[in-house]
Design a protein around this ligand. Structure first.
Ligand code: TXA
Ligand code: MG
Length: 322
């Protein structure tokens, strides 16, 4: 275990570790977060792999203040009202992604929305000011284990990760999550700020919970059968590509296709493949000229992050009429 203090030199070093694409656990007032540079697909993929998240659940992006939040998400009047009252503090707002948002798509699980949080903990604040980039951070525990409220808890899950020691967390419960879309505010997760305190500020009730259908189509389209789909037909197959088709392969095996081709990881590294997946689908979809052309992707091994990759690919490959 590498434990860092909260002095400026240690925090500058922690920011540097994040900037170079490695992970750092840091205190917030809710629970300890396992941070990664949210702009860096390799760092985000490393985070999913290390946590053992069975799916690419979207991550919360941590920033120092409202200005930084508005660079990556669109805060409407209601969102701004909540931010003015509760930030910095244990409230996460889910809002539409800003145009040209630099946050990697994998951090948002390919969704058009982004979860934003401005933590109040002074060490987290100082770290985010040092970074000057959004830090994606889930709770710093192995998937399925208890959220850590002390550096020693982090070390149980991640013995080799750098932890900034900020002592015990003041709130000890994850942030409350509110979704702000057009006219509607959704209560997405109960947490460190009580529902009634939020409703007192906005002067009306939070919608709770959004209907299954709405939730699926608007908030978590990732759970619909068909999603993350490129406009061209996506086929998961070992078939030979036609000249016009695009091929996405894995593990460096394919060399004969003369058309568009991306190998997600020539060395067969699933973490690297996860980091490159969404970008590869976008790139191929844009590069294909004929509307009939297909994107053919080779099945990947389903261990580790391969399970989440194949889950997303199966959804993307589901025909539109299903
Ligand atoms: O207090 C906290 O929020 C802690 C500290 C570290 O900040 N973080 C935390 O992260 O609890 P995590 O990954 O354990 O929970 C993130 C939650 C998940 O329930 C996820 O589904 C939701 O945020 N979420 C993130 N992005 C979302 C989005 N675009 N739409 C809906 N839900 C989203
Ligand atoms: Mg968690």
């Amino acid at each position: 275990m590498i434990r860092f203090g909260q002095d400026p030199a240690s925090l500058a070093q922690a920011a540097e570790i994040l900037r170079r694409g490695d992970l750092v656990a840091f205190p917030t007032e809710t629970v300890y977060g396992l941070g990664a540079d949210a702009r860096n697909p390799d760092a985000v993929a490393k985070l999913f792999a290390l946590k053992g998240r069975p799916q690419f659940n979207p991550l919360i992006c941590h920033v120092a203040d409202i200005d930084a939040a508005q660079k990556i998400g669109v805060l409407n009047d209601m969102a701004l009202l909540l931010a003015a009252h509760f930030w910095p503090g244990p409230l996460t707002l889910v809002v539409p992604r800003q145009a040209n948002c630099p946050v990697d798509l994998l951090a948002c699980a390919g969704l058009p929305t982004i979860a934003l949080r401005v933590p109040a903990n002074p060490t987290a604040q100082a770290l985010l000011v040092q970074c000057q980039f959004p830090v994606a951070a889930p709770s710093a525990n192995m998937s399925g284990r208890i959220s850590p409220t002390h550096p020693a808890h982090v070390t149980i899950s991640f013995p080799d990760i750098t932890v900034i020691d900020g002592g015990a967390c003041a709130v000890g419960l994850e942030s409350s999550i509110v979704g702000c879309f057009e006219d509607t505010l959704y209560w997405l997760r109960a947490g460190g700020i009580a529902r009634c305190d939020i409703e007192a500020i906005i002067g009306r009730s939070l919608e709770s919970p959004p209907s299954e259908r709405e939730q699926l189509s608007k908030l978590a389209p990732g759970r619909l059968a068909r999603h993350y789909a490129p406009t061209h037909q996506l086929v998961i197959s070992d078939m030979s590509p036609q000249r016009d088709d695009a091929l996405i392969s894995f593990g460096g095996a394919e060399t004969e296709h003369t058309g568009l081709h991306i190998d997600l990881s020539p060395t067969g590294d699933l973490t690297q493949a996860a980091a490159r997946l969404y970008a590869a689908l976008y790139e191929m979809d844009q590069a294909l000229t004929s509307p009939q052309a297909k994107i053919i992707i080779r099945p990947l091994p389903e261990d580790g992050l391969g399970e989440a990759i194949m889950d997303r690919l199966r959804r993307a490959a589901t025909p539109a009429d299903q």
